[in-house]
Design a protein around this ligand. Structure first.
Ligand SMILES: Cc1cc2nc3c(=O)[nH]c(=O)nc-3n(C[C@H](O)[C@H](O)[C@H](O)COP(=O)(O)OP(=O)(O)OC[C@H]3O[C@@H](n4cnc5c(N)ncnc54)[C@H](O)[C@@H]3O)c2cc1C
Length: 421
C-alpha cells in the first residue's frame, strides 16, 4: 500500500497530514509525535497561556478524534529512532518497523540551552513545550523578580505577559538591540521604549555569566558580563533554537544548521522531504539560504510537500522537471501588550529603513529596502499595510520596482494603491 510517514506532530507535521487528506490522498498517513499531548500550537505559550487563567483548549491543533475521522494514524509519545533509507522503512521507539513511499521530516527545533554555571538550577526555565509553559506559569504565580535571558520575540512576549501580572521583570540582551536578527533599528527602538514605558528593565549589550542559588538551592540572582548581580527567582531562557537534525544525520542526509532541502523541499534523498523549523532551504523570495522559525513557514512548506505527494510526483533525483519550486513569501507576527507586530518579507541587517506613519500614534510601518528594492515591511497595529505588503512583495518584479522609498513614505497613501501604479 502507498504510505506517507510524517515524523513530528507539531505545526508542520499536522498540516502535512491534513493537507494530504484535503487533497484526496488515498494512501496511508502515519503521523508520529514524540510528545505525549495531542498536537498543540506553540505561539500562545509565550502569550495568553502565561496569563494566570489561561484556557488550555486554545492550544489545540489536532484533536485525536479529528485525526481518526480523517484517516490519519496519529501515534503519540513515540519517537522515530531510525530511517532505513534503502529499505524505505522507519524504526519506532516501540520497536515497530513501518515502510513508507514518502517520508516527511517535521522534527522542528528545541530551545538553545543556556550554558553558564547554575543554568541547571531549579527556577531556570526554557519555553518550547507545553509542560515547560505549564511549569513556568505556575512559577510565575509566586515570583518576585523575573529575569529573561534574550530579547528576541519569545523573551519580549514573556516580559509583556509577566508585566501584565504586575511582577518585576528584567530582560538581558547580549546584542546591541532587541529582536536584532529580524527587526530594523527603528522598530527595535520602538519596542524597547514600549517595554520600558510599561516598567520592564531592558539591559542591552550584556550577557548572563552565571545563575546563583539562594539558601533553598533554587535560582535567586544572575551575574552579568558587566559585573552586575540582578535578583531573579525565575529565570526564563529565550536565546534561540537549534534544529532537530539527529535522525536525518544518522540517515546520512545532508545537514548544515538544519536539514538541507532543494527547491521542492526534498532532502539529499529525494524520497524524504523536510519542512518547518528543521529545514534549511533556498528562499526564492529573498534570494537567501534560510531556516525559518514561524507558523507561516511550517504551514506553507507542509502544504507544498503534501501537494507534491498527493499529485503523485515521482520522487526522482536530478532532472525531475515536474511541478514548481516552493516560493511562499515569509511572514511573521508577534504580540506584546496591545501591540501586534507583523513582518512581511526578509531583510538583511544592512537594509535601509523608511518609516510610514507616526510611531507616536502607535500605528506605523517600517519599509525595508535593499538597494532600490522593497524587501520587507514591519508593521505595528497597521494590518492593512501588512496585508498590502504581502501582495506587493509577491507582485511581478516590474511592478515591485515601481515601489520607491518616496512612494511608501507617505503614510496617507494606502500601500495597496501602489499595486495599481
Ligand atoms: C513559545 C513560542 C512562541 C512562538 N510564537 C510564534 C508566533 O507568535 N508566530 C510564529 O509565526 N511563530 C511562533 N513560534 C514558532 C512556531 O511555533 C514554530 O515555528 C513552529 O512550531 C514550527 O513547527 P514545526 O512543526 O516545524 O516544529 P515543532 O513545533 O517544533 O514540532 C516538531 C515536533 O516533532 C517532534 N519530534 C522531533 N523529533 C522526532 C522524532 N524523531 N520522532 C517523533 N517526533 C519527533 C517534536 O517533539 C515536536 O513535537 C513560537 C514558538 C514558541 C516555542
Amino acid at each position: 500500500m502507498n504510505r506517507t510517514v510524517i515524523v513530528g506532530a507539531g505545526t508542520a507535521g499536522v498540516h502535512a497530514a491534513m493537507e494530504l487528506r484535503h487533497r484526496g490522498y488515498a494512501g496511508g498517513v502515519l503521523l508520529v509525535g514524540e510528545e505525549n499531548h495531542e498536537p498543540y500550537d506553540r505561539p500562545p505559550l509565550s502569550k495568553e497561556f502565561l496569563k494566570p487563567v489561561a484556557e488550555p483548549d486554545t492550544l489545540r491543533l489536532l484533536p485525536a478524534q479529528i485525526a481518526r475521522d480523517r484517516g490519519i494514524d496519529l501515534r503519540l509519545g513515540l519517537l522515530v529512532t531510525d530511517i532505513r533509507a534503502t529499505a524505505q522503512e522507519v524504526v519506532l521507539s516501540d520497536g515497530s518497523i513501518v515502510g513508507y513511499d514518502h517520508l516527511v521530516l517535521a522534527t522542528g527545533a528545541r530551545g538553545r540551552p543556556l550554558t553558564v554555571p547554575g543554568a541547571d538550577l531549579p527556577g531556570v526555565w526554557g519555553l518550547r513545550r507545553l509542560e515547560e509553559a505549564e511549569a513556568l506559569r505556575k512559577a510565575l504565580d509566586g515570583a518576585d523578580d523575573v529575569l529573561i535571558v534574550g530579547g528576541g520575540f519569545i523573551g519580549l512576549e514573556v516580559a509583556a505577559a509577566v508585566r501584565a501580572r504586575g511582577t518585576r521583570v528584567t530582560v538581558v540582551e547580549f546584542l546591541p538591540r532587541v529582536m536584532a536578527r529580524v527587526l530594523s533599528p527603528q522598530m527595535a527602538r520602538y519596542f524597547t521604549q514600549a517595554h520600558r514605558h510599561r516598567g520592564v528593565e531592558i539591559l542591552i549589550g550584556t550577557g548572563v555569566t552565571a545563575v546563583i542559588a539562594g539558601p533553598l538551592g533554587t535560582a535567586s540572582a544572575v551575574v552579568l558580563s558587566d559585573g552586575r548581580t540582578i535578583p531573579a527567582d525565575v529565570v526564563v531562557v529565550g536565546i534561540g533554537v537549534q534544529p532537530v537534525t539527529e535522525l536525518a544525520e544518522r540517515a546520512g542526509l545532508h545537514t548544515t544548521d538544519g536539514i538541507v532541502v532543494d527547491g521542492r523541499l526534498r532532502t539529499s534523498d529525494p524520497r524524504i522531504y523536510a519542512v518547518g523549523d528543521c529545514a534549511r532551504f533556498d528562499c526564492v523570495v529573498s534570494g537567501r539560504d534560510l531556516r525559518l522559525e514561524s507558523i507561516q513557514n511550517a504551514v506553507d512548506q507542509a502544504r507544498f510537500v503534501a501537494g507534491q505527494i498527493a499529485a503523485g510526483h515521482r520522487p526522482q533525483a536530478d532532472g525531475d522537471a515536474q511541478g514548481s519550486s516552493y516560493a511562499a513569501l515569509p511572514w511573521f507576527w508577534s504580540e506584546q501588550y496591545d501591540m501586534k507586530l507583523q513582518i512581511a518579507g526578509v531583510a538583511s541587517a544592512e537594509a535601509e529603513s523608511v518609516v510610514r506613519g507616526d510611531s507616536a500614534s502607535g500605528s506605523f510601518s517600517v519599509c525595508r529596502f535593499q538597494g532600490e528594492r522593497l524587501v520587507a515591511v514591519e508593521s505595528v497595529n497597521r494590518a492593512k499595510d501588512h496585508l498590502a505588503a504581502r501582495k506587493l512583495l509577491t507582485a511581478d518584479p516590474a511592478r515591485l520596482r515601481r515601489v520607491t522609498r518616496e512612494s511608501v513614505a507617505n503614510g496617507e497613501t494606502a500601500l495597496r494603491a501602489l499595486l495599481d501604479v
